[in-house]
Design a binder for this molecule. Structure first.
Ligand code: GLN
Length: 389
């Protein structure tokens, strides 16, 4: 093990894998790792099966099938008013690969990279492995707002990039127009690039249309936008994502991507291209189910005495343990809940680095069948009474 790179030596497994493993081991209801329980839209499953039979099963172009790259452009034009050309889109094997390609392409040794926290747990190790230095800017619950002052305080002459996940996993909050303007202004003034992890852009419950940081004035040439079919269609195992950027930057990102996965299974690319072109009525039923599940879990948890934080997007709700009368730190609660109550969750402190982390917030995934949600609420209700005693 002496040869292991120091970034990975002694590193724990990702919390998502750990909690899913514990859920399997204890037969618990898994509200930890984010994935819907259902099969996904039948039209897309059918499209993928048809593509496997009828289309080529050999390497597609490294940057992705032209049809999918164009479908991504049309999708963003329709949904967000973004003007992109297909040469600006690079298809990746999921958003996690897109993040890796962007970090490898853009971060040089010694570059400082601003990470707002909580953050997806892949960001910091990837930045370090690329030779960069992650610099934390913690956000505060319950609203997790982006503020100019702490951001300015974290920026130095070595700062090169910000990583910005909006809507924000795990909190499920979405940045306001004023916050986007502040971030764009800071990027322009300090000559920073923004890696915009927009994977939750299409999973919103507040009726708002997603506005990406890349669309703010002056940002088109200094931002990378990352999207995910896994999130848009609830097909997390497909691992189809993409990077969008100005043509020169997209070309650079494609060079990093070509030596990671090189390409992504063509049948899935064909199916996602079909899906992105489908009228909204095809994904609307799924969205209605998710919205109802969100309400069901929220009402159930509140009825059981849990304090639920406000949110607008994603597949997650967060509960505030302190406001629920529970003094246990989030990690202890989470580890005991999966073993003793049979419900897996994600402790938010696992998605923070450094000292300045809240330890009283837990994330729960609600894209599960009603009977699982109801049973999970019953179990958590009983567990709360035991813990609050
Ligand atoms: N994005 C998923 C989540 O937040 C996790 C992805 C993963 O497990 N690698 O739950």
């Amino acid at each position: 093990m002496q040869q292991v790179h120091p970034v990975y030596a002694g590193m724990a497994r990702t919390i998502f894998d750990v909690m899913s493993g514990l859920a399997r081991e204890h037969g618990a209801i898994n509200l930890g790792q984010g994935f819907p329980e259902e099969q996904g839209p039948p039209e897309l499953i059918e499209a993928a099966a048809r593509a496997l039979r009828e289309k080529s099963n050999q390497y597609p172009p490294g940057a992705g099938l032209q049809e999918l790259r164009e479908a991504v452009c049309h999708f963003y034009r329709d949904r967000q008013g973004l003007e992109l050309t297909s040469e600006q889109v690079i298809v990746t094997s999921g958003a996690t690969e897109a993040i890796a390609a962007a970090v490898l392409a853009l971060v040089k040794t010694g570059d400082e990279v601003i990470l707002f926290q909580p953050a997806y747990d892949a960001y910091a190790p990837m930045v370090r492995r690329a030779g960069g230095v992650p610099v934390s800017v913690p956000l505060a619950p319950p609203l997790w707002c982006y503020e100019a002052e702490p951001l300015e305080a974290a920026i130095t002459p070595r700062t090169r990039l910000i990583m910005f996940n909006d809507p924000l996993n795990p909190a499920g909050t979405a940045a306001s127009a004023a916050e986007l303007a502040m971030l764009a202004e800071a990027c322009i003034r300090h000559d920073l690039i923004a890696i915009c992890d927009d994977v939750w852009e299409d999973v919103r419950f507040d009726g708002q249309v997603h506005r990406s940081l890349i669309s703010m004035p002056g940002m088109a040439d200094r931002a990378v936008k990352i999207g995910s079919a896994g999130k848009i269609f609830g097909l997390t195992g497909w691992k189809v994502g993409w990077l969008c950027a100005a043509p020169d930057m997209a070309d650079l990102l494609g060079r990093a991507h070509q030596f990671l996965t090189y390409t992504t299974p063509p049948a899935l690319q064909w199916a996602v291209a079909e899906g992105l072109a489908m009228p909204q009525s095809l994904v609307a039923p799924q969205r209605e189910v998710w919205a109802a599940s969100r309400q069901r879990l929220k009402a159930g948890l509140e009825g059981a005495g849990y304090g639920v934080l406000p949110n607008a997007a994603t597949w997650f709700l967060c509960i505030d343990l302190a406001a629920s009368g529970i003094a246990l730190p989030d990690r202890d609660f989470s580890e005991r809940a999966v073993r003793e109550a049979g419900v897996a969750s994600i402790p938010l402190s696992a998605l923070f680095e450094g000292e300045d982390r809240p330890e009283h917030i837990l994330r729960l995934c609600f894209t599960k069948p009603d009977d699982q949600l109801d049973e999970a609420v019953e179990r958590l209700a009983r567990f709360r009474l035991q813990m609050a005693r």
